[in-house]
Design a protein around this ligand. Structure first.
Ligand SMILES: Nc1ncnc2c1ncn2[C@@H]1O[C@H](COP(=O)(O)OP(=O)(O)OP(=O)(O)O)[C@@H](O)[C@H]1O
Length: 306
């Protein structure tokens, strides 16, 4: 179990992470989603003992990473695939890591195979690897100690669509065998297909979290009027939070009845009013994380919070 509790991290006066709390249970994949600069990496760095929290705690199985007796055996970490020693071959890098961890060297070949690095790739220096190959090698390193928990920062970066599909299968299998996975991404589509739960962060704060199916079922309604400004005024007057969708539509954080009443009271004819549903998740993500004049769609945030 990963537990992030009231975690804050300030750099100078700047709050990179501000009172963030969530948990990740065994048997699940949690997608940690947010735009660039949202605070994902900082949270993961604190969790893995690479940065000290200003306030709050981040623990694995009730202990801070630095207090785990053999962390590599309990938590597999891949935070920056690009930061691997360029002069070693993939096989050398993994063999060295196996020695440090006290893992049987026989696992090196097994893992190279598991992450799809063949003999030729394993003999190449890491400096000549593509980012996708480095991600695969980094993942092999994270899995080397046979941990029960995986913490991965943007692991799909640099992978082609086939590689992303492969990684989803690997992470799903890991969780289905009882493992705990926390993976960050700035792209909803990357985590949508594999995550059981989502934690959405923007500006250092959690703006939504919940089970994927809850979030899919509760993404508000998509509403469109010829007069967008009048629609926005009607929603604001009714205290309904909203955010931008594609085209002229907005995603309103209320049910269709409440939106219909608000717009009819204001005399705003509608061109469209329907549950946002699964297709609205992308819109929800954009509206929750937009720094537009209305900020995150407040009502929805409260409703989807677990
Ligand atoms: N070492 C640091 N010193 C100062 N500010 C930092 C440091 N690390 C991160 N920040 C700032 O903290 C905020 C959160 O950054 P963080 O890297 O955690 O976001 P992120 O969601 O991981 O984004 P990205 O996807 O771009 O990595 C940003 O404003 C960033 O500039």
């Amino acid at each position: 179990m990963i537990a992030i509790e009231h975690l804050s991290k300030r750099y100078g006066g700047h709050p990179a992470v501000d009172d963030v709390s969530f948990t990740c249970a065994p048997g699940t994949v949690t997608g940690f989603l947010g735009p660039n600069g949202a605070g994902k990496s900082t949270t993961l760095r604190v969790l893995c003992g690479l940065a000290a929290p200003t306030r709050g705690t981040a623990t694995v199985g009730g202990r801070r990473y630095r207090d785990l007796p053999n962390p590599g055996r309990e938590v597999g970490v891949l935070l920056d695939a690009a930061a691997q020693h360029p002069g070693r071959t993939g096989r050398e890098a993994l063999t060295l890591a196996a020695t440090v961890l006290g893992v049987d060297r026989g696992r090196v070949a097994e893992l190279l195979d598991h992450v799809g690095l063949d003999g030729t790739a394993a003999r190449k220096r890491v400096g000549a690897y593509s980012l996708g190959m480095r991600q695969r090698l980094g993942l092999a390193g994270a899995l080397l100690g046979d941990p029960r928990v995986l913490v991965l920062d943007e692991p799909a970066n640099g992978l082609d669509p086939e590689g992303i599909f492969w990684m989803r299968g690997l992470l799903r299998g890991f969780a289905d065998r009882g493992g705990t996975v926390l993976l960050s991404s700035h792209l909803l589509r990357e985590v949508e297909a594999v995550a059981d739960r989502l934690v959405v962060i923007a500006g250092g704060r959690v703006v939504a979290q919940g089970a994927m199916d809850e979030l899919l079922a509760d993404t508000g309604v998509r509403v469109r009027a010829r007069d967008r400004a009048a629609l926005e005024r009607a929603l604001t007057a009714a205290g309904i939070g909203f955010g931008p969708a594609d085209g002229d539509a907005v995603i309103a954080a209320a049910d269709a009845g409440a939106v219909g009443e608000a717009t009819s009271r204001a005399g705003v004819p509608l061109l469209e009013l329907q549950p946002a549903g699964g297709a609205g998740l992308e819109d929800l993500f954009r509206s929750l994380t937009s720094a537009g004049p209305h900020g995150p769609a407040g009502g929805t945030v409260g409703e989807v919070r677990a």
